[in-house]
Design a binder for this molecule. Structure first.
Ligand code: ZN
Length: 343
């Protein structure tokens, strides 16, 4: 069976019991869920009960053991620090502009406790509590947020942050220290109340397509270690997702301490298992566009079985999509992956 316990066993690198199923879950899926019902992000979250209902129903319909509260709402955290959002026709809301205009010294005027005055952060946390009350016993309830490096890009400007890694490293360090504290502030009440089982950190800006392994090592890694170590010390599992090709930094990713690394379809699963096997659970990596978006249930099932053949042996593997689901994917394609885990 595809259960909460089967996912926890995978995190703990246990060999799955002989149920005939490989652990499988939806990854993220927030944009897909919101757009499927033709809803708007603000309008939906405005009533946390409505939002919680939507994601509980979708999770049950998909028979997914993990529910990602806040998936698609990643920019609401930097917005709570003084940024503004602009809606996107299909995708999630984007930052209208970076918060920092000139220098990281502007962060001195910001206090991480600012987010406590933001109604959207309160609503996101409330939704997590509601989901947890309803299905927390049978499902892994996770909240998603951007990891320190990506959150720094949203605040500092992604291109400006990249340039600063070469020219102004102190600016980057200062921003990363700040974003790590912001994340702790965001998660703290949920951890104290034991409202969540897992924290999901998405780090798209740490992708191999955007920064080198050396930059990841010099800037991203230490803050991932700090936030992941802190989250684990508070009793939750940690799920790290990095987009794009991360094959050149898998050894570094093992050092983050994350319970699970969710990798993109660009990474060869056999190689990932060689490096991460016995250290970190791997989740992946059916190509979201090629199979979920452009494919059929049969091609999704075939791609899923290929992932299983490459990486499920010995445990420590969860079948899922290689990145978040595109907004207009057909339900039957997602269901095909969920079913393929038990064939
Ligand atoms: Zn991704």
């Amino acid at each position: 069976m595809n259960t909460k316990q089967s996912i926890i066993d995978a995190f703990k690198l246990k060999t799955p019991e002989t149920s005939g199923c490989v652990p499988v879950t939806i990854f993220g899926g927030g944009v897909w869920m919101v757009r499927r019902l033709k809803r708007e992000f603000d309008e939906l979250l405005d009533d946390p009960q409505d939002y919680a209902r939507l994601i509980v129903d979708a999770t049950k319909e998909l028979e997914s053991p993990i529910v990602y509260v806040g998936s698609g709402y990643g920019n609401y955290l930097p917005a709570a620090l003084g940024g503004t959002l602009k809606p996107h026709e299909l995708g999630p809301p984007e930052m209208r502009a970076p918060i920092i205009k000139g220098s990281a010294d502007e962060l001195d005027a910001l206090d991480v406790e600012m987010i406590e005055n933001d109604p959207w952060i309160a609503k996101l946390r409330e939704a997590a509590r509601l989901v947890s009350n309803e299905i927390g016993k049978t499902h892994i309830v996770a909240t998603t947020a951007y990891a320190p490096f990506t959150l720094a890009g949203q605040i500092y400007g992604v291109e400006e942050l990249m340039r600063a890694t070469m020219r102004k490293p102190a600016e980057v360090e200062k921003t990363l220290q700040f974003t790590t504290q912001v994340l702790k502030q965001f998660y703290r009440p949920l951890l104290q109340e034991k409202a969540i089982t897992m924290a999901c950190l998405a780090d798209p800006t740490a992708s191999g397509d955007l920064i080198s392994a050396r930059t990841f090592k010099n800037f991203g890694l230490a803050y991932l270690q700090e936030i992941i170590g802190w989250l684990k010390s508070q009793g939750v599992f940690t799920w790290l997702h990095i987009c794009g090709d991360t094959a050149d930094r898998l050894e570094l990713i093992a050092q983050t301490g994350a319970d699970c690394f969710s990798l993109d379809y660009k990474v060869n699963l056999v190689k990932a298992k060689e490096v991460l096997g016995g250290k970190t659970c791997i989740a992946g990596n059916v190509d979201p566009v090629k199979y979920f978006f452009n494919g059929t249930p049969d091609s999704v099932a075939e791609a899923s079985r290929k992932c299983i053949a490459e990486a499920a042996g010995g445990g420590g593997f969860i079948l899922t999509s290689g990145c978040d689901l595109p907004p207009t994917v057909k339900l039957e394609n997602i269901q095909a992956m969920m079913k393929a885990a038990c064939l």
